[in-house]
Design a protein around this ligand. Structure first.
Ligand SMILES: [Zn+2]
Length: 255
């Protein structure tokens, strides 16, 4: 069965539209009536599927994750950042069958704020990417991650609104295609049960300026969901409800 795939090489045709594809040479390889798969590869032009979760608060074991290429976790892997909880999370995260696994910390993850980069790195398995006001590019997709949230009773990675928090948002590179922050931008999936919009206005300004294709976050559990505004898909991937019960499914997007 032939499907319309673009030619990547002049002598190669792509057939079969599933995750992997059989590739055969046009010349001299069809005389027995079948195709001769000599090469099995992920089409680099295919989109990658991202699975997004956030705010698992030690309850990651309860999740059923859909199949995908990249797993993103937008912070709050623990309740108050016990080392044992961090280690359990990292073991679970590492064991998930994704090509790339990327996470940031959240306001509950004191461990990541209190310990040095060296100590944190010594715990993180090689298959996991941890971002802290830093970025990574996977398959040409620049991703930036930050654990910072607006100040709220001295939780981890809290900064006062205005200049103190802007310093962090100013680090986000303009070419960012996927932005991961623990907290939402102002008025975008940031509404608490009490009706307050607790998102960050300073972050909103930067997001509007940079215009990433996707902004993933969590933090406000009750504002779980997905919406598109001005070319950006916003994903609040909190899987627990405001009483820390598993309620919401992981969300996905392709890029
Ligand atoms: Zn949380």
């Amino acid at each position: 069965m032939h499907l319309n795939y673009p030619y990547l090489f002049s002598n190669v045709i792509y057939i079969n539209a599933t995750d992997t594809m059989y590739i055969y040479k046009q010349a001299g390889m069809r005389n027995k009536g079948g195709y001769y798969p000599f090469y099995l590869a992920k089409n680099l032009k295919e989109k990658m599927k991202f699975v997004v979760i956030s705010d698992t608060h030690t309850r990651h074991d309860l999740l059923e994750l859909p199949v995908g290429d990249v797993l993103l976790h937008a912070g709050d892997v623990t309740n108050i950042g016990f080392r044992t909880d961090v280690i359990h999370f990292l073991e679970w995260f590492e064991s998930q069958p994704f090509r790339y696994k990327i996470f940031i910390a959240g306001n509950h993850d004191f461990f990541f704020e209190k310990h040095s980069r060296e100590e944190i790195n010594s715990l993180i398995p090689p298959g996991i990417i941890y971002l802290n006001d830093s970025g990574v590019t996977i398959e040409h997709i620049p991703i930036w991650g930050s654990p910072i949230t607006p100040w709220f009773y001295h939780w981890a990675f809290n900064r006062h609104r205005g200049e103190a928090i802007q310093k962090h948002w100013n680090l986000i590179p303009p070419n960012t295609r996927i932005l991961m922050t623990h907290g939402p931008a102002y008025q975008i999936l940031d509404r608490t049960k009490g009706g307050d919009h607790t998102g960050c206005k300073d972050l909103l300004q930067v997001v509007q300026k940079i215009n990433p294709e996707v902004h993933v976050f969590g933090h406000i559990h009750e504002a779980y969901g997905q919406t598109s505004i001005g070319g950006t898909t916003f994903i609040n991937a909190s899987v627990l409800d405001e009483r820390y019960r598993l309620k919401n499914s992981p969300l996905t997007f392709e890029l």
